[in-house]
Design a protein around this ligand. Structure first.
Ligand SMILES: [Zn+2]
Length: 435
């Protein structure tokens, strides 16, 4: 008995109206007026069908902080947000610096069954920045790790960074760098600028990001490997990446949804929900990031979904943890910042949130842009509808969203993972995973 789903009256990212027929996990046809009498039919009039979203930067907190998130709860939040692949950051407890931990996370993702969970491996043992982790063993494991990052920490030692870049060349891997010069950011609480002076909070200067980006684009050019810059936040960082790409240097970069929309002015509330690393920057930085995402200097949007328990966020600013959840709001925030402002098209969104991240990480069955014959990983969003973010209704185990109370555009109604609906009319459908 074959499984058949028909999306009627869908709008492709290029604006064309069409039907999409999914048969046994594969996109069978994309055409006008497909007639079939044995498929489950979803009328998606007014909605855009995108390739399933791919996140290159997700903190799933398992193992170690299952009170904040698990692979299962994070997978549910991802399906809700239109994702068909997440990349689990390595700063868990224990750290994902060996084959055992990445295989555990990979298996938990398969058990949840809602999307692909691809573990990211640590660059250094224990994220300590000194000795390389078991990079080869993680690459050879069943998780087939290709992206390595000490995210949360910067790989600060240039010799360690050089060795890591050289090592991953063997299997076309990539190092994702959290660019933060540690000595310039000791005790930093927020963006260094007017607002930090007024509030009396220790600043995190833009140059601490830019200095590492500059060093690492030179390093990756020297060793001819692949570098990815996580969460770029500054206009100066954008300029360095633009310079590097113009010279043909092999660097890619990401921006988070929150850095495309929010500024450090929000810190005036002293509400730690706005405390994040790297910090919210100035309006000028936000505008530079939007322009860079549109012109391709920044290749992708990645969420940096960072769940934290209430205890670690609902306290004094200086005591609170850094980070925001983002999976469930990512596409709506991108619509608000980039589509509704006229800066980007849905075709560009499909590239920046699916095709490009899948290419950078080498995720074979993701980012195929609705090609006939490819695995049916896709998401359906109605851009004409709006919703109000309510932190008490999020799917994530944590509720630290900076968008609580915001009215956002774009309601995601369906997500299909390998041809199976994981989100059906806005409701999680975990029939193929564990309950
Ligand atoms: Zn980071």
């Amino acid at each position: 008995m074959s499984q058949r789903y028909l999306l009627k009256n869908a709008q492709l990212p290029n604006g064309a109206l069409t039907d999409v027929l999914i048969v046994d996990g594969v996109i069978d046809s994309v055409a006008v007026n497909i007639a079939t009498n044995d498929a489950e039919v979803f009328d998606v009039t007014d909605s855009v069908v995108l390739p399933g979203l791919v996140d290159l930067h997700t903190h799933l907190r398992q193992p170690g902080r299952e009170d904040a998130e698990t692979v299962d709860s994070g997978s549910r939040a991802g399906a809700k947000g239109g994702f068909t692949a997440l990349s689990a950051m390595a700063n868990t407890s224990p750290v994902a610096d060996n084959a055992g931990v990445v295989e555990q996370v990979f298996r938990l993702g398969q058990e949840a069954g809602l999307l692909d969970v691809f573990p990211i491996g640590a660059v250094t043992r224990g994220l300590a920045g000194q000795e390389l982790s078991e990079i080869g063993a993680m690459a050879d494991s069943i998780a087939r790790v290709r992206v390595f990052s000490d995210d949360g920490n910067c790989v600060f030692d240039p010799l360690v960074m050089r060795r890591a870049l050289e090592y991953v060349k063997k299997f076309d891997g990539v190092i994702s760098q959290h660019a933060q010069e540690p000595r310039l950011t000791i005790g930093s609480q927020m963006n260094e600028g007017n607002v930090s002076s007024i509030l009396g909070l220790k600043g995190w200067p833009a140059i601490a990001e830019e200095a590492i980006i500059a060093r690492d684009v030179l390093l990756v050019d020297h060793v001819q490997s692949r570098l990815h810059i996580a969460h770029v936040t500054t206009a100066g960082g954008v300029e360095i990446i633009r310079w590097a790409k113009a010279r043909g240097i092999n660097v890619t970069a990401e921006v988070t949804p929150h850095h495309l929309l929010l500024t450090d002015e929000l810190a005036r509330s002293y509400d730690p929900v706005f405390k994040v690393n790297p910090p919210l920057r100035s309006e000028k930085d936000v505008m530079a990031l939007r322009e860079a995402l549109a012109d391709g200097t920044i290749d992708i949007v990645a969420t940096d979904h960072a769940p934290h328990t209430m205890e670690s966020k609902e306290c004094e600013w200086s005591e609170a943890s850094f980070g925001m959840i983002g999976l469930e709001t990512a596409l709506s925030v991108v619509q608000k910042a980039m589509i509704d402002t006229g800066i980007m098209s849905w075709e560009q969104v499909a590239d920046r949130l699916s095709t490009a991240p899948a290419r950078i990480a080498g995720y074979e069955y993701q980012g195929k842009n609705l090609a006939v014959g490819s695995r049916a990983n896709l998401t359906v969003i109605n851009p004409k509808k709006t919703w109000i973010v309510d932190r008490d209704l999020v799917t994530s185990k944590s509720r630290n969203t900076p968008f609580h109370g915001y009215e956002l555009p774009g309601v995601i109604t369906h997500t299909f993972f390998n041809g199976v609906p994981t989100l059906l009319n806005g409701v999680i459908n975990q029939a193929n995973g564990k309950k």
